[in-house]
Design a binder for this molecule. Structure first.
Ligand code: CA
Length: 248
């Protein structure tokens, strides 16, 4: 079976699995099993190829043979963990490798002992990806029509992702955490521009303006027409701004 490169954006929704395994017969069995279950799967023969591939992006999970010809799967996993949380499932031989996988706390998520059934491996891959999806969902908090992931510094409005600059994110986060509360420009500057050398009332107003435009753009795109929804950011003359989060 020829190795296909990961497809680009068109199939981005399919989880992409990278397999590092020097035994071609095993790799091809795994590739076939994953692809027939709808996964995107690609294969490398050497441990040294894994880190560059993960760094390049688009890898959702790594299936990693422990006994690779250049560097061990353990070393690969350690190198991955220095910069990535990508789930790793080890393929181990029976002779002593299992103890090392279990004992070393390398940050691997699971392991499968050779010989294994491809179906079992696919089930483990699926289970691991599901856990990650749940963890991802857990990091989002809802505030009416807004959702915020404070770890990932991301905000969604009416279910759609807002593409925000750092300061726009900061302003919206501060307002969202106290819905309805009126915050003065000085309060917003203190919280959002704490590390900036220079900021002014105008700085706050400028960012409120661009935020409003982005919120409005999402409303218009989503509904196909302007439906006269109120601007969720309210101006309180002489006092400051507040956010009406509305109903989710
Ligand atoms: Ca091997």
């Amino acid at each position: 079976m020829p190795d296909a490169a990961f497809p680009t954006t068109a199939m981005a929704a399919m989880p992409a699995i990278l397999i590092a395994e020097d035994e071609t017969a095993i790799a091809e069995t795994v590739l076939y099993a994953l692809r027939s279950e709808g996964f995107t799967a690609d294969h490398v023969l050497l441990g040294g190829e894994v880190v560059p591939r993960v760094r390049a992006g688009g890898v959702d999970l790594v299936v990693l043979d422990v006994g690779l010809p250049d560097i061990t799967g353990f070393e690969v996993c350690r190198a991955l963990r220095a910069f990535s949380e990508v789930p790793v499932i080890f393929l181990t031989a029976r002779d002593g490798e299992i103890d090392r996988v279990v004992g070393l706390e390398l940050g691997a998520d699971d392991y499968v002992v050779k010989p294994f059934s491809p179906r079992e491996l696919v089930a483990r891959v699926r289970a691991r990806l599901r856990r990650r999806t749940q963890a991802e969902a857990a990091s989002w908090q809802s505030h009416g029509a807004f959702e915020i992931d404070r770890d990932g510094k991301r905000i969604r409005y009416r279910g759609r992702a807002l593409d925000l600059t750092r300061y726009e994110y900061g302003v919206l986060e501060v307002l969202m955490l106290r819905p309805g509360a009126v915050l003065s420009r000085t309060q917003l500057m203190d919280r959002v521009w704490a590390d900036a050398l220079e900021s002014s009332d105008r700085t706050v107003d400028t960012h409120i303006k661009t935020l409003r435009a982005k919120l409005r753009a999402l409303d218009e795109r989503g509904d196909g027409h302007e439906d006269g929804r109120d601007d969720p950011i309210r101006t309180h003359r002489g006092l400051g701004y507040s956010l009406e989060v509305g109903n989710g």
